[in-house]
Each structure stands twice: as C-alpha cells, then as structure tokens.
Design a protein around this ligand. Sequence first.
Ligand SMILES: Cc1cc2nc3c(=O)[nH]c(=O)nc-3n(C[C@H](O)[C@H](O)[C@H](O)COP(=O)(O)OP(=O)(O)OC[C@H]3O[C@@H](n4cnc5c(N)ncnc54)[C@H](O)[C@@H]3O)c2cc1C
Length: 454
Amino acid sequence: MNDKTVAIIGAGPVGLAAAAHVLERGMSPIVLEAGPQAAHAVRQWQHVQLFSPWEYNVDKAAARLLAPTGWNSPDPQSYPTGGELIDQYLDPLATRTPLREVIRTSSRVTAISRAGFDKAKTKGREQAPFEIRYQNGKGPEVLRADAVIDVSGTWFSPNPAGSNGLPAIGEREHADRIAYGMPDVCGTHHARHAGKAVAVLGAGHSAVGTLIDLVQLAEEVPGTQAIWLLRGADPAKAFGGGSNDKLAARGELGSHFAALVAAGKIRVETGFGVTHISDSGGRLKILAGACCGARSVVADELVVSTGFRPDLSFLSELRLRLDPAIEAPAALAPLIDPNEHSCGTVRPHGARELAHDEPGFYLAGMKSYGRAPTFLMMTGYEQVRSVVADIAGDKKAAARVELVLPETGVCTRGGVESGAAAGCCGGPAKDEASACCAADETAKKAGSAGCGCS
Ligand SMILES: Cc1cc2nc3c(=O)[nH]c(=O)nc-3n(C[C@H](O)[C@H](O)[C@H](O)COP(=O)(O)OP(=O)(O)OC[C@H]3O[C@@H](n4cnc5c(N)ncnc54)[C@H](O)[C@@H]3O)c2cc1C
C-alpha cells in the first residue's frame, strides 16, 4: 500500500501539512505549486495579523518533520502575522526538511483526468492512475499519481463586486482603482490609499480588517476616509461572537470594529448591492440598485472583500460531488452553509465528508469550503490527516476525529445570526456527518429529519 504517489496541488499551509503526512506514512508526495515559492497565497496577505495563535497554526506531522532540523516551535499562545507564519514555520518546512525534494514551484496545474478514462467511462476507472497536467517554464508537463489532494485554496479567485455574483457593469474597466481581498493599505499600498476616500465592500474578516486599517491610516494621514458598503441591512452581523468567541483575537477584532462603527469613524452604507461602477470626474461612482431606486457612493478607491470562490476549471474531467450552491463537497456543505443553521465552527471532518465519486481524489484546505467563510487552518490539518490515512488504507485512523475546534460564539439559523449565544446549540456535532451542531445531532439520532434547534 505504501508505494503510492500522492499529488498535492498547492504548497500552502494545508498542502505542506498534507505532504508531511504522506511522507510520514511512507508514501511519495509530489507538491505542485503555481507560485515561485511555497506559501504563495499567504505571501499576498503577509501584513495581516492572524486571529488564531500558534498552537492552532502548526500541523503535528509538520512539527515532527521540523524537529530534527533544530526548529524552535514558536510560543503557542502568541499571534503571528502572515509574514511570521511564513518565516517561522512555512519557509523552514518547505526548505529545510525532506519536503524540499518534493515541491515543484512555478508549476501551475491546468487539468486532471484518469489515464485512458474520460469522465463518462466507468469500468475499471478506479484502478487507473490520475494524470495531472501542469505548466512550468519549460512547457506542459504530465504527472501520474495514485491519489490527488487539491489544496489550491481560493485566494486567487475572489468574488467580484456585483451583488448577483457577476462582475458589476464597469468593474473590469475600472480595475486600476479596485483591489480584492485584503490589500496592505497601511504598508505596501499606502500611497494608493492614504488621503483618499476608500470604499470597502463586504462583511467578513477581510472587510473588517481593511476598514480597521483605514481608520488607523486616517489617524496618520488626514483626508483618508473609510466607507463601508455592505449588502445586508444589519451591520451587527459582522461584529462576530465577541467574548463568546473561543478564539479571543477573532472575537476582539469584531468588538473593536463595532466600537469604531459606533464612534462614527467609518461611514456605513447598508443594503448596498453593487450593480454598476463608472467614472465620475476621475473618481469611482459605485452604484447600488437600478434606475429610480438606485443609490451611489463616490470614492477614490474600492476594495472588494466579498469572499472567494473555488477555481473548479481544471477539475472538469473528474466526477465531483459538490453542493450546487456552496461548491463544497456535498457532505460538508450543509455544515457550513450560511443560508442554513450553522454554528460558524464546523465539527472536525475528514475523508468521509470530503470524498467524491472519484476514488482517490479529495478537495481539502480553504478550497474544500467552496464559497463558505470561516475556514481555519487547523480544520485543514485535520482534513489532510484523515485523507492521507484513507489513501494509505488506514480506514480506522481516517474515521477518527483528533481535534476540538474553538467555537465562534455565533449561531446562524435560516441565514439570521442569533447573536453571541455561548455554546451555540451545544457546540459542533461530534459524530453525525449531516448534523450542523450537537443539538441537531441529538435530534437526528432521535429520528427527527430537520434541525433540532429551531
Ligand atoms: C487574510 C486572511 C487571513 C486569515 N487568517 C486566518 C487565521 O488567523 N487563522 C486561520 O486558521 N486561518 C486563517 N485564514 C484562512 C486559511 O487558513 C488561510 O487562507 C490558509 O492559507 C489556507 O491554506 P490552504 O493551504 O488551504 O490554501 P492557500 O494558503 O491559499 O494555498 C494554496 C496554494 O495553492 C497554490 N495554487 C493555486 N492554484 C494552483 C494551481 N492551479 N496549481 C498549483 N498551485 C496552485 C497557491 O499559489 C497557494 O500557494 C485566513 C485567510 C485569509 C485570506
């Protein structure tokens, strides 16, 4: 069983952890990374302070691989920035351990199939190796592998500004004044944002973090203005679980943001579903709604922080079982779907929930959450521990849960957050794959079909 080759797409924190687990089980990992170095996506947000402390950011198999190199484990209680995560953990892991021999950088995966089997052909399919096409400086290359773990993240496929999920009309034409995700407005992008009116669209952690940074920038550079555009009607939904959040820094971020909004440091435009972006005397006119009911905001710059979506384009020859709305594996989607009941923190899950109708292929890491928010690295580490055990044939270890996730303190039912209820619905479910929380699990075990919490 142990002579398997496992292709890992993406050398982010979860991809590197997957490779460490594959090595530990005596199999052969090959990591294909599109960027010039490992952790290419984290490098784009290295200015960001993580809300999870070191104890949650280091994978156990990766730590075991690092130990003989003389690596000093960082203080488990302190909070790194993205840059420190790279310097103190991801770079040493990628360059000073045996992983350095198996990472192929500047190697972008463009397509995956099974040797001799198109998507429609079934008989004997499971025995056929995967064929992974990728591009590097030398041209197209092909790799064969027994299993594939796609951990290519979602950072490079951000959602557009349009409230209908499409780019707003005019968005592409004004790309020179629009940034996505979480630009470093106080650092590398200082000149672009200082002294400007900057609109930030979104209500997740990236939007909140950018708005907090803009308030700080406004204190340093007069004339800087932070404008918050949110699609929903209730700003409080972005304030998180506060002191009920078991990740203290994540709770504090929301509380700090709430205080800045209450103090009037941020102009707030609720119910702002962007439809058009146009020019207005050299500035950006951002329009919400159509025709008579339309409202507009004029700003110098727009930051679109409306979340991310998975790039599924190179997976079209594989038999995926994805939720049509969330674009996450079908068994995982109900646990993280913001439209349904959700505790914000999904219970730990692994090979069982991440399986597709394509044995040997798994989506893991940030990409496994599809369009849903609140992914944590530690969730990804547990995913790949279980997935790699499954690939190695250790079904018992694959089914075991080795993680307790910190609750967000936020409970959502039918898309409505019910505030910071401590121990939301009893916390995450423990065993039942389809249950969204402990109370739901109990209800399902008792024979109820729906959510036992409402
Ligand atoms: C701003 C921000 C802050 C966050 N803060 C936290 C936090 O505090 N705590 C926490 O637990 N989580 C946090 N997260 C969430 C999540 O844990 C991180 O995004 C984490 O980096 C996800 O790891 P990953 O390995 O799944 O994906 P990524 O880190 O995105 O890595 C994916 C890799 O795949 C590569 N790739 C992409 N496409 C291809 C391709 N076609 N071929 C080959 N390679 C490809 C990319 O270049 C990248 O290196 C944060 C996320 C963001 C965006």
